[in-house]
Write a protein that binds this ligand. Structure first.
Ligand code: NAP
Ligand code: GLV
Length: 320
């Protein structure tokens, strides 16, 4: 008998075809997130689950799924999953590292460029019919080239961002809890800084850390005050890493120049204060959203699930 797998949100046809070679598949191709009670009901007889960062996997859900062996997240971040609870119940947790590094780094750089050069504000101005012609002081922005970029979270994606930044002749500072080895720093042209020094020296601060109790509100009012008034904050990590209310206050008061945000506290709802601000670029959590990358993420998750369900070690096991 084939193991049973629940796919909680819409995926690509080839993902389902691959899963169907090895499993009996129950797929929510309607792409409406399943309510917790529906998720629990449909998971009750399943050995595997392909889920998204919009699905909360906690101990009560696991208790309702006694046969579950694997939770395969279609994302690299897995803060939607209670990993210790999974481990305690013998459930493997997997993610999708690597396949989304370049696409997510491209989006982070897109936010750097869009904020610096006021792209969305300029576009809205042209679309509104307000453009009366060229003039010298129109939509003055700030230079990206030769500026200093500070990255919190110099991991896989952080390093892909640093590579792009070097193409713009940027100086790249970073902060991790653990300093990288000298060879990696040299290879990527990186300079290590304390958290406060990075905030004080950077023209662009990019957040690319996982969300955890430790990174919750790692950028709040006190940190924003330590940034240059001319600086820009980019959050391409997770909602909750930034205190959004404090950021709105800082953008309103001119404590920092601008922000570029892919992720929000409590998304898809966002603090309405952002909508009134011209100096913020807002996009709907599309960091990895290119067709090729999302296909690769879904297939990576499917391969992880099948590996566990066929008795092999999955390529991207998260449990320790
Ligand atoms: P990764 O390779 O594990 O890198 C994470 C980096 O963050 C590591 O260098 C880690 O270094 C650092 N870090 C962790 N906790 C920290 C802390 N408290 N203070 C400072 N640095 C800290 O992960 P990745 O693949 O690059 O992905 C990073 C995150 O990006 C994901 O977890 C996800 O939440 C987010 N993401 C968002 C999108 C999007 O669509 N916007 C797409 C992909 C990923 P230390 O352990 O030494 O501190
Ligand atoms: C997206 O946000 C991811 O963590 O993959």
């Amino acid at each position: 008998m084939k193991p049973k797998v629940l796919v909680t949100r819409e995926v690509f046809d080839e993902t389902l075809a691959f899963l169907a070679e090895h499993c009996e598949v129950d797929a929510n191709q309607a792409d409406v997130p399943l309510a917790p009670a529906d998720l629990a009901r449909r998971l009750a007889d399943k050995q595997g689950m392909l889920c998204c960062l919009t699905d909360r996997v906690d101990d009560p859900l696991l208790a309702a799924a006694p046969a579950l062996k694997v939770v395969a997240n279609i994302a690299v971040g897995y803060n939607n999953i209670e990993v210790p609870a999974c481990t305690a119940r013998g459930v493997a947790v997997t993610n999708t590292p690597g396949v989304l590094d370049d696409s997510t780094a491209d989006l982070a750089m897109a936010l750097v460029l869009a904020t610096a050069r006021r792209i969305t504000e300029s576009e809205a101005y042209v679309r509104a019919g307000d453009w009366q012609g060229w003039h010298l002081k129109q939509m003055l922005g700030t230079d990206v080239h030769h500026a200093t970029l500070g990255v919190f979270g110099m991991g896989r994606i952080g390093q892909a961002i640093a590579k792009r930044a070097r193409g713009f002749d940027m100086r790249v500072l970073y902060h991790n809890r653990t300093r990288l080895d000298a060879a990696t720093e040299r290879a990527h042209g990186l300079e290590y800084r304390s958290k406060d020094a990075l905030l004080a020296e950077s023209d662009f601060v990019v957040l690319q850390v996982p969300y955890s109790p430790e990174t919750h509100h790692m950028i709040a009012a006190a940190e924003l005050k330590k940034m240059k008034r001319s600086a820009v904050l980019i959050n391409s990590a997770r909602g909750g890493v930034v205190d959004d209310a404090a950021l709105i206050a800082a953008l309103t008061a001119g404590t920092i120049r601008a922000a570029g945000l892919d992720v929000f506290e409590g998304e898809p709802k966002l603090n309405p204060g952002f909508l009134a601000l011209k100096n913020v670029v807002l996009v709907p959590h599309i960091g990895s959203s290119t067709e090729a990358t999302r296909r690769a993420m879904a297939m990576t998750a499917a391969k992880n699930a099948v590996a566990v369900l066929t008795g092999q070690r999955p390529p991207n096991l998260v449990n320790r």
